[in-house]
Design a protein around this ligand. Structure first.
Ligand code: ADP
Ligand code: MG
Length: 289
């Protein structure tokens, strides 16, 4: 696609994050609907060149489990970047679980399994291309109108992160203990964040601190994540033994004992999910009906 400012017609605002704003938009030549993420960046042309070079990896990214990338342009005064990506009309998993919560319902275990399976396939794809996601959380897991589950907002451009006006502090809450403690990032760190996200989606609530615990300031919160027992799903709450075990393995604190995404795909919870016939298209239709 010939992605440039005059070809993009901005529409409604889809949401706002710590790093920018996401709009629904139309690519004028073909009327393709897409999502545009705008971020304020350093106006230096050399920096822009480097960002574009790093983002070019995204063009080669072809997976059912990764949101497609169409291209990037800078606005006239060069102070902001607009990344054009596939529009996912099922929304993000944070919006989805909040919708389910508002109906006093909860997600089914079959769908939860499909989310886990899809995210793991996305991780395997990224890791095969030497990319660690680094920002796994429900708002970065999107669902299409046909019920495909896809990852977005992964860390391909260090230059983009460096050049952003608001520095990226990271969503500390989803960070693995080894990251909080300043250790290196490995593929296993993404698995931890998947575990936190699954518990959040299953319980309609971010799991730290646990229910009944007084609220924590940010620093206390990350200290809590490192030192206190990890959150869990329980059979008493109606989750299967396989599902509870899967989540507990994602949330093993020692990264050297936490399995890789490829290993996690062999877990009985995923094997069972793969064999199950789960109609995600019908599910996402019902969520937003
Ligand atoms: P965050 O991920 O921290 O919420 P973002 O700026 O990445 O912040 O995204 C803001 C919101 O925009 C997300 O929560 C999501 O609901 C929505 N969004 C982002 N990308 C897309 C997309 N490709 N299709 C549909 N909605 C999107
Ligand atoms: Mg995001």
């Amino acid at each position: 696609l010939d992605i440039k400012a005059e070809n993009i017609e901005f529409g409604t605002r889809l949401g706002e994050g710590s790093m920018g704003t996401v709009y629904k938009a139309v690519f004028r030549p073909t009327q393709l609907v897409l999502a545009v993420k705008t971020m304020v960046v350093d106006p230096d042309p050399a920096v822009h060149k480097q960002i574009i070079r790093e983002l070019s990896f995204l063009r080669t990214c072809q997976s059912d489990y990764i949101v497609s990338y169409y291209g990037t342009f800078f606005d006239e005064d060069q102070s902001s970047i607009a990344m054009c990506i596939e529009y996912c009309d099922g929304g993000s998993l944070d919006a989805i679980y909040k919708r389910i919560r508002d109906r006093q319902a909860r997600i089914g275990e079959g769908v939860l399994g499909k989310i886990a399976e899809s995210v793991l396939h996305g991780f395997v794809y990224l890791h095969d291309h030497r990319i660690i996601h680094r920002d796994v959380k429900p708002s970065n897991i999107l669902v299409t109108g046909t019920g495909q589950i896809k990852l977005c907002d992964f860390g391909v451009s260090g230059e983009l992160v460096n050049s952003m006006a608001q520095t990226f502090v990271g969503t500390g809450h989803y960070m693995a203990p080894e990251r909080i403690q300043g250790g290196g990032y490995a593929v296993q760190s993404d698995v931890w964040s998947l575990g936190v996200s699954l518990v959040e989606i299953a319980q309609n609530r971010f799991p730290f601190p646990p229910p009944g615990h007084p609220p924590l300031a940010f620093i206390e919160l990350v200290d809590y994540i490192v030192r206190m027992p990890q959150p869990e799903l329980t059979e008493a709450d109606g989750w299967s033994a396989e599902c509870c075990h899967f989540v507990s393995v994602c949330l093993i604190k020692d990264p050297s004992r936490r399995p890789s995404p490829r290993e996690m795909l062999l877990h009985p919870f995923i094997v069972r999910t793969e064999a199950a016939n789960i109609d995600l298209k019908r599910w996402i239709g019902e969520v937003w009906a």
